[in-house]
Design a protein around this ligand. Structure first.
Ligand code: FBP
Length: 560
């Protein structure tokens, strides 16, 4: 019986690339500090909440000829939130740097996400353990979880566990919400003179943890390549059978970065972008009309098939839905402990309770939705208070409404085609893929760099590796203060400090690329078939990163 696939065996041998400044070793680095920083918004409130960690400078590393001696350090690492390809390499990079700094250093992995540090569930890594996971997808090395770290009791318990293990630094690998946890924990550790540092690493396939210093979160590259492969395969099928419209919802939470990137890699007939829907205040009806217009025109050309890409978070951006969901979120927060709601025996009873509490206009919108969607909107919020958009079948909602609209058009003599739809949801297919060479290198560098930040005594920083469209040797390593990315937002009905999510910029080069081409792609089939991720072969095929990064880089060079 085989225990490893041929690709597993080959990927274990891959040596990830590091930026040149990190290649000379962890103990020969110099830290360059920039000027003081401010949070992106709500400066006074953020400063008051993060008295000890606010305003620190952005830092970068460069080589130093003098060797820095390194004291013994024990570090704990946590994988937090949804899986993203490359998480294992962050841990491998962190481990290699830590052992290189001083072989007596120890790395502990907290099990099952942030709850591991609270409950004291951990493993200690060694070479044999780490080596099995190099360049593999998934988070199964220690597991992940979505526990929110925010209460005094949780912080105190985490401190006790760190003290027991002699841990002087914690690395949290996560997205915007998890790095908000990292910022809160860093502040608490300083406030209480614990001497424990906290460093974050930017993870999430959603690509929404980015700003001027963080070009992209890890996992976006591999996940979008995986979805693009699948979309390309479906496009081939649609173009062969010529009988189905495929509605493909793509993971990515609120932001449409993943859907947009996958669309640029494949050139489908329709791509909805949530941020555009919001900006243009497109109602559900106008979205349906926009899609039907393309379906009807293609049918007139004899093409009763096509591909429509739908971002996961679309429903939250349709103005009437957004207002209803915001109202619903507040109501759901208050209903969590309401016995009538909790003990309601049928879903219809729950609908009634909710409808009676919604404002009149929002109740009307809620009531107009199919039962399936009404029920999905009542699913539990995640621990951060977000609607779990992955559980709302927007693709099915659109199909149902399009069928109704096309029937009306047919009865008016305005539609002569056949509409048969297939729905898909791509998310889990990409979150644990073998990391692309880009993600394997980027993640290893982020982990290695996280230890460099620890070695310089920093806390409340996010590991940052930039200049990502250049070869890895030219990447720039450093750190960004977490408070710099924060603002105040409503969560569970209360205003909280959180890392700001980066949405698709409608005046940015990535959206523009879609905008300039989508009319052509709608009618003429310009499908691209990216195929599977390549791990071996010419570097122009294997190491190439996303259209998003390349277009953003090209724009920044023009502006420079
Ligand atoms: P993170 O922000 O935690 O990285 O989430 C990524 C993600 O894949 C989202 O795209 C998706 O909405 C969510 O996780 C689904 O999470 P779950 O599988 O826990 O329901």
């Amino acid at each position: 019986m085989k225990t490893l696939s041929p690709l597993q065996i080959e990927r274990l041998k891959y040596q990830p690339k590091l930026p040149e400044c990190l290649q000379k070793g962890i103990n020969s680095l110099e830290l360059i500090e920039g000027s003081e920083t401010e949070s992106v918004r709500d400066q006074e409130q953020i400063k008051a909440l993060f008295k000890n960690t606010y305003g620190k400078p952005v830092v970068t590393f460069k080589n130093s000829i003098s060797l820095n001696a390194s004291d013994v350090k024990n570090v704990g690492v946590i994988l937090s939130g949804g899986q993203a390809p490359g998480g294992h390499n962050v841990i491998a990079g962190l481990y290699d740097a830590l052992k290189q700094a001083n072989p007596a250093n120890k790395l502990y992995g907290f099990l099952g996400g942030p709850s591991g540090i609270i409950d004291g569930k951990y493993v200690e890594f060694n070479d044999e353990f780490i080596n099995q996971y190099r360049n593999t997808g998934g988070f199964d090395i220690i597991g992940s979880g979505r526990t929110k770290l925010e209460t005094e009791e949780q912080f105190q318990k985490s401190l006790n566990v760190c003290k027991k293990l002699g841990i002087s630094a914690v690395v949290i690998i996560g997205g915007d919400d998890s790095n908000t946890n990292a910022a809160l924990l860093a502040e608490w550790f300083v406030k209480n003179n614990t001497g424990i540092q906290v460093i974050g690493c930017p993870k999430t396939i959603d690509g929404d943890l980015k700003n001027e210093q963080i070009e992209i979160s890890f996992g976006f590259d591999t996940a979008t390549k995986t979805y693009a492969e699948l979309i390309g395969n479906i496009q081939r099928d649609a173009n062969s059978a010529k009988k189905y419209w495929h509605f493909i919802k793509i993971m990515g939470r609120s932001a449409s970065h993943v859907a947009l990137e996958a669309a640029l890699q494949t050139q489908p007939n329709i791509t909805l972008i949530s941020e555009e829907v919001e900006e243009k205040k497109m109602s559900l009806e106008s979205i349906i009309n926009y899609m039907c217009d393309i379906i009807v025109k293609r049918a007139d050309m004899g093409k009763n098939f096509g591909i429509a890409i739908i971002p996961e978070g679309l429903i939250e951006f349709i103005p009437e839905m957004k207002s209803m969901i915001a109202n619903l979120n507040d109501i759901m927060a208050s209903l969590e402990s309401d016995p009538d709601f909790v003990n309601a025996t049928t879903i219809r009873d729950k609908f009634d309770i909710v409808e009676n509490r919604l404002d009149e206009a929002n109740a009307k919108v809620y009531n107009s939705l199919p039962i399936l969607i009404k029920g999905q909107l009542l699913a539990d919020r995640d621990p951060h208070g977000n609607v779990q958009v992955s559980k709302i079948e927007t693709e099915k909602l659109l199909i149902e409404m399009i069928e109704t609209r096309l029937a009306e058009l047919r009865s008016q003599g305005d539609y002569i085609g056949k509409f048969s739809a297939q729905s898909h949801f791509f998310g889990y297919e990409g979150r644990c893929a073998f990391p692309s060479n880009f993600d394997a290198d980027y993640c290893y560098s982020l982990g290695y760099n996280a230890f460099a930040l620890i070695n310089f005594g920093l806390t409340g920083y996010l590991s940052s590796v930039r200049n990502l469209t250049a070869p890895a040797s030219e990447w720039v390593a450093g750190g960004v203060p977490l408070t710099m990315m924060m603002n105040m937002e409503k969560r569970h009905g209360e205003m909280k400090p959180v890392i700001q999510k980066a949405l698709v910029k409608l005046d940015g080069p990535v959206f523009k690329q879609l905008e300039e081409n989508r009319e052509d792609w709608a009618m003429n089939d310009r499908y691209l078939f990216p195929g599977a991720i390549q791990y071996f072969g010419p570097s122009c095929v294997c190491d190439i990163t996303t259209c998003t990064l390349q277009l953003e880089r090209a724009k920044s060079l023009i502006n420079a």
